[in-house]
Design a binder for this molecule. Structure first.
Ligand code: SF4
Ligand code: SF4
Length: 332
C-alpha cells in the first residue's frame, strides 16, 4: 500500500484509474464524481449507461492525474487500480476484477472476510479491503445509501486524496444535515475498513491503461477516408479485443435507411454527419482521387436519421423494420 507521499509521486506522471460497481439507485455515479471533486489535480468521471433501471448493475469510471494529458480520454477504464463494489451480491454476478492492474485493490461493501470473497470470486492473491458500509449507512444516514461511505475506505487504501479533501467535496455537493451525516459516515468508514494485503506483495502497476494509444490516426493527418466502416479508432487489441467495427449498432434502430442512387448527387453531406461511419463511400474510378457514395452499411446504421435530415435532394428515406424488435409507431 502506498502512503500519501508515494501516491503523490505516482500521480505526477501516471493516471490512477478507478472503477465503481453498483446497482442502479445506489449512487455509483455520484461516488465517481466525488472522487474527481475531492482530488487536487485533473480528473474525469464517466458512467457507463445502458438500459439501467433501479437495481441493475452499473459501472462508473474515474481517471485522476496531475498530468492533464493523461486523463484526457473518453474511454472506459479497462485496467483499474482500485475497484469499489457497493453491493456484495455483484461479486457473483459481474467479473468485478476484470482487467484489474496487478497489485490493485478491491474494496467491497460487505461483512464477508477475504477468504469468503476470494471463494465467491474464484480468485486468490487479491488485495482486498472490506467495509460494512450498509451498517454505517443505516446507523448514520438512516437509509442504505453507501456511495460516500465506500469512499472512506477508498481513501484508507489509496491515499489519492485526503479525508479532509473528501469531506470538503461532500460539503460542497450535499446540503445541511445530510452533508454533515455523510462526513461522519466516511470518517467511520475510514476507521472501520479491514485490510487484507495479498501475500504476494506485488506493487501496483500504474503504467497499465494510463492511456490506450490511437494507432491509426496521426495527429494533423487523420486520413479519415481510410477508416474502416464504423471504425473510429483501432485500439490495442491486448486491452480491447475488438474494434468498433465489430459492434452491431445496426441492431439498435427501428428503421431501415434506404438510399436512392438515382437521386443522389454525391454531395457527401450524409457521410460527414453519420455518427457511425455507416455511409459507404468508394473510390470513384471515373474521377481520380475522388470518392462516391455507395450505400448504407446496415450492420452499423443505428437509424438516427441524421442523413435523412441533411440530404438536400431527399435521396435517403426510411422504412419501419419488421419483427419483434420494432417498437416505433409508423409515421403517417
Ligand atoms: S441513419 Fe444515422 S447511422 Fe444510419 S446512415 Fe444515416 S446518419 Fe448514419
Ligand atoms: S446527402 Fe444525399 S445527395 Fe448527398 S451524398 Fe448523401 S444521399 Fe447523396
Amino acid at each position: 500500500m502506498l502512503d500519501a507521499n508515494q501516491m503523490k509521486d505516482v500521480l505526477k506522471n501516471n493516471c490512477v484509474n478507478l472503477r465503481f460497481h453498483a446497482r442502479g439507485g445506489q449512487g455509483g455515479v455520484t461516488a465517481a464524481d466525488l472522487c474527481v471533486e475531492a482530488y487536487d489535480g485533473f480528473g474525469v468521471s464517466q458512467p457507463k449507461f445502458g438500459a439501467e433501471r433501479m437495481g441493475s448493475p452499473t459501472m462508473s469510471f474515474v481517471r485522476l492525474s496531475k498530468n492533464y494529458d493523461l486523463v484526457r480520454s473518453n474511454e472506459q477504464v479497462y485496467s483499474p487500480h482500485f475497484v469499489s463494489v457497493l453491493d456484495e451480491s455483484l461479486l457473483s454476478e459481474i467479473d468485478v476484477t476484470a482487467g484489474m492492474a496487478e497489485g490493485g485493490w478491491l474494496i467491497v461493501n460487505t461483512t464477508m472476510n477475504q477468504t469468503e470473497i476470494e471463494m465467491t470470486l474464484g480468485k486468490k492473491n487479491l488485495n482486498i479491503a472490506t467495509i460494512d458500509a450498509t451498517n454505517i449507512a443505516m446507523e448514520v444516514l438512516g437509509r442504505n445509501i453507501t456511495n460516500t461511505i465506500i469512499l472512506g475506505a477508498l481513501v484508507r487504501v489509496s491515499n489519492i486524496f485526503t479525508m479532509d479533501e473528501l469531506a470538503d467535496a461532500i460539503m460542497a455537493r450535499f446540503k445541511g444535515e445530510l452533508a454533515g451525516k455523510n462526513v461522519k459516515a466516511i470518517k467511520r468508514a475510514f476507521e472501520e475498513t479491514c485490510l487484507y494485503e495479498s501475500p504476494s506483495s506485488i506493487k501496483i502497476d500504474f503504467t497499465k491503461d494510463t492511456k490506450v494509444p490511437w494507432q491509426q490516426v496521426s495527429l494533423g493527418l487523420p486520413g479519415y477516408k481510410d477508416l474502416d466502416l464504423a471504425g473510429v479508432w483501432y485500439t490495442d487489441t491486448n486491452i480491447i479485443k475488438v474494434g468498433s467495427d465489430q459492434v452491431n449498432t445496426g441492431s439498435w434502430g427501428e428503421w431501415n435507411i434506404i438510399w436512392d442512387e438515382e437521386k443522389c448527387t454525391n454531395c457527401a453531406q450524409c457521410w460527414y454527419i453519420c455518427p457511425d461511419f455507416a455511409i459507404v463511400i468508394v473510390k470513384d474510378d471515373e474521377k481520380a482521387g475522388k470518392y462516391k457514395m455507395a450505400g448504407i452499411d446496415q450492420f452499423h446504421c443505428k437509424s438516427c436519421q441524421n442523413c435523412i435530415e441533411v440530404c438536400p435532394v431527399k435521396a435517403i428515406s426510411k422504412e419501419l423494420k419488421q419483427g419483434p424488435g420494432s417498437c416505433a409507431v409508423p409515421e403517417s
